[in-house]
Design a protein around this ligand. Sequence first.
Ligand SMILES: [Zn+2]
Length: 260
Amino acid sequence: MAALDTEALVLHLFDYRETSRIVRFVTRDAGVVSVVARGARRPRNRYGAALDLFASGTAQVMMHESGDLHALHAFEAARSRRELALSLDRFVAAAMIGEMCLRFGSGDEPARVFDAAVGALDAITAAPEDGVSAASLAGAWRLVSELGFAPSLDRCASCHGEIEAGADVAFHNRAGGALCRGCASNAPGGRRLPASARATLRAWLAASGAAPGLQQAEARAHARMLRRFLDEHVGDGRPLRAFVAWEDRLAIGGRAGTSA
Ligand SMILES: [Zn+2]
C-alpha cells in the first residue's frame, strides 16, 4: 500500500455497508480516485463534516495495489461549496461538471483537469444569477480543452488553413471544429456557427472568463453544441445523465424568460 497526499474535490458520495461511505474524488495528482471512508456515517468520525459533495481540500489516501477502491485516511476541506445546494441552477451545473470529470477525467493531465474542475465550480458559485449558464458553459468547455479535445476555431479543422477571425463558419463535429469555406462545401452535416458565438467559444476555451449577458436561447444553443461535441469526441455511448438534467434546466429557464 502506498500513501497518496493530494488535493481532491468530492464529486460523488454514497453509503456503503453499515457505517461507511464511498467517495469519488477528482484529484490533482492521480485523476479520478474512488475511496472507502470507513465509519464516515458514524456521528463522530475522523472526517468530521468535511466530506460533502463539491467540497475540496487535502486527502490522504492509502492506495491499494490491486483493485480500484482505495482507503481514505483523512480529508481536510479547504472549501465546502455548500452554497451550491441552495440554487437548483447552480447545483445541476456543478453536477454536470462533476459528471464530465468522473467520466472523462482519467487522462494524463490530472492537475490541469483538477484545476479546471475547481475553477468551474468556483465560477458557478460566484456568478450572478443570470450568469450561471455562461459560467457553466465556460467551465465545461475549459474542461474539454484541458482534456485535450479543444475544437479548432481559427484554423480549418480539415485543411488547417487560417479562417477569417470575424466570419460566420461551418462547425463540423466529426472534423473537430470550424471549417473554411472550401472544406465546408465538401463536408455535409456541419452547422452554422455565427461569428459572435465563435468569439464566445474562443474566450471560454482560452480562459475561465464567462461571456456576460448570454441569452437563454444562446445558452441552449451552446449546450446543444457542447453535447454533440462530447458525443463525437469523448463520449462512450453511455448517457450523460447530469448533462441532460442541466440541459433540461436551461430549457425551463428559457420558457420562464419568454413568458414573463
Ligand atoms: Zn479547409
